[in-house]
Write a protein that binds this ligand. Structure first.
Ligand code: FAD
Length: 58
């Protein structure tokens, strides 16, 4: 994973946004360790927490 300078600063928050019921969990949109397994785990935990929170609000 190689980004241009400023690319993550500009786009990361948007790349982490769910689209309806579809959540995007990938090392490519991790806050830390993007491109590594740690980033995949981090984003998986992030989206799992979001899904749990959404289900709780129903
Ligand atoms: C050779 C190599 C060595 C590496 N070594 C290390 C290392 O030592 N340490 C480390 O931390 N990281 C390492 N990495 C990086 C690490 O493997 C990745 O960062 C991590 O696997 C990314 O996880 P992910 O879940 O985001 O994506 P992936 O593991 O790529 O999972 C994406 C999954 O989505 C599936 N998919 C794609 N398109 C579709 C579709 N349209 N419909 C359904 N399924 C789809 C794919 O088949 C795949 O199973 C290495 C990577 C490579 C290639």
């Amino acid at each position: 994973m190689t980004h241009r300078p400023g690319q993550l600063t500009r786009d990361l928050a948007e790349l982490q946004q769910p689209q309806g019921a579809v959540h995007f969990s990938t090392t490519d949109n991790a806050n830390l360790w993007g491109g590594f397994i740690d980033g995949a785990i981090e984003s998986g935990l992030r989206e799992a927490c979001r899904v749990i929170e959404e289900l709780r609000q129903r």
